[in-house]
Structures are given as C-alpha cells and as structure tokens.
Ligand binder design. Structure first.
Ligand code: AHR
Length: 334
C-alpha cells in the first residue's frame, strides 16, 4: 500500500513556502496533511468520459492500479464536457484530496481551476492528454502518449504503401479524415503528425476532415456523409479505432468492402480494432496505450514524497499490421 511520506521534510517545507507565498491562512496544506484521518493517499481523478473502448480500458486500469497501490480513488466521469471536469476538480479541491489527476477533454481553458488547485497546494498530474498553458508550474508532470508521433506513424504507413492505397488507380490517393474531439490534444496532434508526413508524397491529399468525437456512432455518421458526397475515397484515417469501426459499418452499408475498396488506418489498438485488423477490415493500427494506471500511482507517490519527477513521461507504443494483430490478439488485455 502506498503511504504518504510524512517524513519527507523537504516536501513539507516546500508546501508551506507555496502556501505563504499565495497568501493562504495556512489552514489547508492538503499535500502534507492529506485532508484525511490516516496517511493513505487520496487521489481525485477527473476522467473525460466513456466515449471509446480505449477510455473504458483506461478507466479500468486506473481503478485497478489505485486498488493495487492502496490509493483511495475518487473518480468522476465528465461525459466529455469540460465544465463537468472543472466542477469535479473544484470538488476535489474542496475535499482536500492529496493529489488530482485528470485527462483534459480539450487543451485550453484550464488555467483558472489549476491555479485554484495550486493555491490549495494540491499537486496536479496530467494523464493521457496535455493542457495548452504557458504556466507549466500548474502541473507536476504529464504522463501519456506522443500524439504527434502517432499521427506520423499513421502517415508513414500510407506513404510506404501508397501504390497499394491508390485503390481506384487514378494516380491520386484521396484520404478522408475522421478527427477526434475538436480541441482535444490527440485530435490536434495526430492531424499535425499525419499531415506533416504525407506532405512528402504529392499524390496523397485529404479531401474531407470532420470530427466524429472519438465515438463509433460519430465515425459512422461522418463516414456516411463522406460516402454520399464523393465516390472516389481511397483511404480513411480515423483518429481512433472506434471511429474506424463506425466507418466500417458505413462502408459495408454502402456495399463496399472495408480494407479493400477503402483502406483504413486507425489509432489505439483496442481489442475490437485489433479484431477488425486481423480480419483485414482495417489495414494498419498505431498503438496508443491506455494502461497508464501503475505509472500514475507511482508518480503520485513520488510527487507527494517530494521527490523529483520528470516533467514529461512518454508511453511506449508500437504499430500493428493485420498479421501482427492476428499473432497477439488472444493475449490482448483490452
Ligand atoms: O486521449 C486518447 C484518445 O481518447 C484515444 O485515442 C481515444 O480512443 C480516446 O477517446
């Protein structure tokens, strides 16, 4: 069980310094006194929602890791609304939790609530997604994937397989893009990385790009509209598996064969996506790991003990072809 290290004198001294600098009355050093009666770590976690298979796996992993580490986890689901996440964070501040972790639904608009957490001397750890703030003192560290790199890997596969991806053989590779939630770090960064790499091949271009909000339904609806508005789509780049799976439904409903008549590239590598990949309905998946729980608990313990932690912890990830998916599917955890 993780216990707060009350003997970490340097951490306590630092906390007190921050409090007086902020003009606090000194009554609420949550990081040092834990706001509770024993020394078990209390973590408030403000989750984005349950929009995708990835998110469900991430929530389960965080809950299991907290139980394993003996962390008292207060969990909230914001249903993909920033105002709900802000409310949850304010409630954790009021409850004087020891540490707050959250995965910001969008990148901007967090400074005010993070300043409140800082004034209350409650450290914040970003997991999965980053915030776009100039004040990096508002959080201790950011644990999660390199989304730009994920977009680059998706784009590189397309550049490397361009001849095969020109499905209608007209010399142009027409890509449609299913973007994640508007304003979310993975949507912004994956788009950026993908576009940067495909720019190397003048035959590849994106004809349409719209958000499917990282959901299967959203992916299906947007893909239906894409298919109605043009008939020479060669490739779908979906920012996650769920939207790619929704696109497969729309492609099949239009009488086309996903993976053959339209090539599909997605990101995540959750079990449903990997199954579709092993069946040849998806052509390539870039992995984004949701298994952040154990590292998050470890970082929380270190931060509360006053230990130095890296400001950025990047998750290790790979990519999968249909053959590679078939090999690992049986033991895929999520
Ligand atoms: O932030 C990670 C992304 O959010 C995943 O790729 C997606 O499936 C989820 O909803």
């Amino acid at each position: 069980m993780i216990k707060k290290t009350l003997v970490a004198l340097s951490a306590i001294a630092l906390s007190a310094g921050t409090l007086s600098a902020c003009g606090s009355d000194g009554g609420g050093d949550a990081a040092a006194d834990g706001g509770g009666s024993d020394d078990t770590i209390t973590m408030g976690f403000a989750q984005v929602g349950a929009e995708s298979g990835w998110r469900t796996a991430n929530t389960k992993n965080i809950q299991e890791a907290a139980a394993e580490a003996g962390v008292d986890l207060k969990f909230s689901d914001a249903q993909q609304k920033q105002e709900n996440q802000i409310k949850a964070i304010r409630s954790y501040i009021q409850q004087k939790v020891d540490v707050i972790a959250f995965s910001p639904v969008v990148e901007t608009g967090w400074d005010a609530v993070l300043q409140e957490a800082k004034r209350a001397n409650i450290p914040v750890i970003l997991t999965d997604r980053a915030v776009d703030s100039e004040d990096t003192s508002l959080y201790k560290t950011f644990l999660g994937s390199d989304f730009v790199e994920e977009g680059k890997k998706a784009g590189q596969w397309l550049v490397d397989n361009a001849a095969d991806a020109d499905v209608d053989g007209d010399g142009d590779i027409n890509v449609v893009e299913l973007q994640g939630t508007t304003g979310a770090a993975p949507a912004i960064d994956r788009k950026e990385g993908f576009e940067e790499v495909i720019a190397a091949n003048g035959e590849i271009s994106i004809s349409q790009s719209q958000t499917g909000d990282f959901t299967r339904d959203g992916g299906k609806q947007v893909m239906e509209a894409f298919l109605q508005s043009e008939d020479d789509i060669d490739v779908v780049f979906a920012h996650n598996d769920d939207m790619g799976l929704g696109a497969i439904e729309a492609i099949e409903a239009a009488g086309l064969v996903p993976g053959e008549d339209v090539k599909i590239i997605t990101i995540d590598a959750v079990k449903d996506g990997m199954t579709a990949l092993s069946e040849g309905k998806i052509n390539f998946i870039v992995e984004c790991s949701p298994l952040l729980g154990p590292q998050l608990m470890d970082l929380a313990e270190k931060v509360l003990a006053g230990e130095e932690v890296p400001t950025r912890v990047v998750t290790e990830e790979t990519t999968f072809t249909p053959e590679q998916a078939a090999e690992v599917l049986a033991e895929r955890q999520y």
